[in-house]
Design a protein around this ligand. Sequence first.
Ligand SMILES: Nc1ncnc2c1ncn2[C@@H]1O[C@H](COP(=O)(O)OP(=O)(O)OP(=O)(O)O)[C@@H](O)[C@H]1O
Length: 788
Amino acid sequence: MDEKIKQVEEQYLKTTLSAMNQSLTDTELEIKRTNKNISDVSKSWGDVRLKTDTYSGIVETAMSVRQQQQMLAERENSKSRAERRYEVLNKQIHNPYFARIDFSESVSESGEPETIYIGLGSFSDDDNRYFVYDWRAPVASIYYDGGIGPVEYLTPDGTQKANVTLKRQFQIEDGVIVTLFDTEEAIGDAMLMNALSGESSTKMKSIVTTIQKEQNKIIRNTSADLLFVQGAAGSGKTAAVLQRVAYLLYRYRGKLTSGQVVLFSPNQLFNDYIDQVLPELGEQNMIQMTFYQYASRRLPKMSVETLQERFELDHVNNRLALAKGSVDMFNAVTNYANSLTRQGMKFRSIMFRGEPFIAKERMAEIYYQYNENYKLSQRLDATRDTLMRMLSSRIGTEMRKDWVDLEIENLSKEEYDELVGAGRVRMGDNEENDAAAVTRRTQLGAGEQEREFSSEKAERKFLAKQITTRALKPLARQVRRASFLNINAQFIEFLHELPRFFDLAAYQLSEAEWQTHVEHVVANLKNHQMSLADTTLYLYLYDLMTGKHGERDIRFLFIDEVQDYTPFQLAFLKFSFPLAKFTVLGDLNQAIFTKDNAANLQEDLASLFDSERVDTVKLTQTYRSTQQITDFTKDILLGGQDIEAFNRNGEKPTVKIADNETELLNKLRQQLQQNAKDQDSTAIITKTLADAKLLAQQLADKNVTLIQSENQRLALGTIIVPSYLAKGLEFDAVVIWHADWTRYAAEDERRLLYTVASRAMHRLTLLAEKSVTPLLDHVGAERYEVEK
Ligand SMILES: Nc1ncnc2c1ncn2[C@@H]1O[C@H](COP(=O)(O)OP(=O)(O)OP(=O)(O)O)[C@@H](O)[C@H]1O
């Protein structure tokens, strides 16, 4: 690189850093100043004069307290703004920008090009001179989208044309330019290569400096209601989508908070893996959860099938699984619920002291007394109101009953005092002594008081009312929570009635087969156990019965590993987050739970949205693994043509074969030693949890961490992890344990083998007993080494 260019850039960096330093000093002063202001305001509390003798005095006091509070809040606010700015600047100053582009705004324009620098955040001085632009600013899109020459980029006001004359990339460390080079491509391969050759860690990193053109499309899409991202393992779906969250928070700043963005992730371990990316980009994390957490949280009394159970034990026949996970089934539930506006809602009597207080038959009469046009939610609200009124009107009769007399006679002194409110100290009376508390106490009058009754009869009446009201309280709660709806019975009835609403034959199911399955579901339900499919069905029915409208505050919803969701689950999520724009990421080749059933997922999902507002982006280039590993893993698949390896070289994958398990274990030990020597973090991936546990015992002498639950943390070094928990993660080196016919034989395990093998970044080893898995049948012999 020309020495002169270097000098110019060093000068610019110097100017930027000095402006940043100035701003840092100013901000520090501002923090100190607001700190002082805050302490001044706090001190001036003493000046608040308490005038509490007259009404106007109280009002005056309250106003003055209010004013002080407001002042304090404003100062605190500007303090936290300044503190945040200080924090950001402190980070920026080490690495203020990573790129420069020169461009003229109109393609035909021949004037002086504009120069902008792009960094993690924008920076301008007091005169509003922009030294650095945020990577999310519209104009920064040019950097990611193309090379030199004419480009277009989207601004909130429409498409803008520009002519790019220079693209320069920087690596700045601790305020010093380490490298800089000009490029004509979108993002120079050198920079990407540099990013990809590093070692893995237990935390994913942001890709802001090397976002690829296709990824940029995903990140900046604001028009689609459903953005479907389909891409091979390691093609940067997750990486792009996290940048997208950061982008959206910037694009809609002031209108969108991270609490309005939800990400559904494959497991908790993965949540832990990605939770540093947004903070690294200077944003707060969004809400992250798994579908299991979302569903099971709502059914605390049920034991909902876990990830492991779903993977290892849930083998209901495939036609059943397909039927239950279908959009047809979703529609069947909707239609069934609609039929309940006319008849068939199931109720539970509200019980009191062992007797029906309001019998279920009476409840049905009330529920169906409203006219036909009432929707389920309106019917429920009206029924609730009526039941509440019935409860209140029953207090009068109930309080004359014998049980009430008996309770009054048996009242202890404490219970009596409690009921009449004698000696009760009002909240806060003895706790605070600030101006607000004093004002409140003055307004409320004296705290402690004895209650006196005019006669014994009045006392009895008072007590009886208190006791009855207290006893009926749980019933009122039941009414409010609609627990008089018998959801379990309704769910079971729906299953039995299904043939009226669903074409079983379309899924090659006979009615007898279905009813047998229903018996099985009912038996499980009695033991408080539910499969994930049934849980979703149950919750949807429940929401329809109770007229829930979903969480309307959520604006963006992301689903990672969407191929492991059923169309039913997705339709349910659409129903539950009705105002959210969806971004879903998936790779049908990694469908390890839903297997072949995932084939029509994209169509099914798209059918839930306005077709005009569905966009699809396909990523074919993979970044995670070396060329050798990608070429090997894509051949495991039958249709892997769409996967392009990134040109990063490494060793070929190795298959190591042993005659028995003891020998296999020896080979594993040797491999671990080798990997440790090369400073690779290794994941030994087993098929099942049982395998992982056994192996952990066998390797007890080694420093290995067994990951057996998704609630654990990833550890550096060597880990043992069952296949279904390795989803979405990556490791320097991967060893597939028992890559032989004992674990990977059936055709439907092809995707599983691909999924686990594609976790490797630099080194992949398959350990097999006797012979390697037949699922390598399409992998050319030249793609891997064999060691016997
Ligand atoms: N533009 C990029 N620049 C640098 N690294 C990238 C880029 N895109 C992706 N990567 C890296 O490639 C690896 C794989 O990316 P990611 O995990 O997002 O892929 P994925 O498509 O979600 O994979 P999978 O389907 O296997 O979970 C990560 O280490 C990520 O940081």
